[in-house]
Design a protein around this ligand. Structure first.
Ligand SMILES: [Zn+2]
Length: 192
């Protein structure tokens, strides 16, 4: 999936995702000012709207260790983390083009059979749709420079655990943090 991530290697995309994208005709891919192509909306979106839902019972079946995808030539901007050492290559869907922002207007809720991309605020027609990659990133080798241009840009996109506590709590409250991150945080809590 996701994985913006500015994917140029389509050779790995050998299956058509079992998605129902026809209902998302208001989404389009276009060049951005700072970061290659991005995903945009042609109509206004209200906060909490699902802007994109991917339903695919085999969604996670292509998850593989990071080293394997590196061998295949994928960079950290191409792959999407779904487990402690499990990553998905580009998915072949619109969401492959979703860029990161340190001030995102969307968040991702991933499940075993796809994901929802929901609006974190009202979004105007013509705006680029973004999410904070750190909400789905927990790996020492996945840091990447950020050029999102937002006033609160962190400069480097790092693991979720490195975010300031208030920001972590905000994302957790919104329910847009990867399950493998929230589950390990729960497990590591000291028991009494
Ligand atoms: Zn940034």
């Amino acid at each position: 999936m996701l994985i913006h991530k500015h994917s140029t290697n389509n050779d790995f995309i050998c299956e058509k995702p079992q998605t129902k994208l026809a209902q998302y005709t208001y989404l389009y891919v276009a060049p951005t000012d700072r970061c290659g192509f991005g995903l945009f909306t042609a109509r206004t979106v209200s906060v909490n709207d699902i802007v994109l839902r991917v339903e695919d019972p085999h969604y996670l079946s292509r998850a593989t260790p990071r080293a394997h995808l590196t061998q295949l030539g994928f960079g950290h901007a191409d792959i999407f983390q779904v487990g402690h050492d499990l990553f998905l290559p580009p998915y072949g869907g619109l969401d492959d083009f979703t860029n990161h922002s340190c001030d995102p207007n969307c968040g991702l809720r991933v499940n075993h059979a796809g994901f929802d991309m929901l609006a974190l605020r009202d979004i105007a027609a013509g705006e680029e749709l973004t999410y904070d990659y750190s909400t789905h990133q927990q790996h020492p080798l996945e840091d990447m420079a950020c050029q999102c241009g937002s006033p609160n840009c962190r400069g480097v996109v790092r693991s979720f655990s490195t975010l300031p506590e208030p920001l972590r709590q905000r994302y957790l409250g919104l329910g847009v943090v990867a399950g493998f991150i929230t589950e390990s945080a729960t497990r590591s809590r000291p028991s009494r």
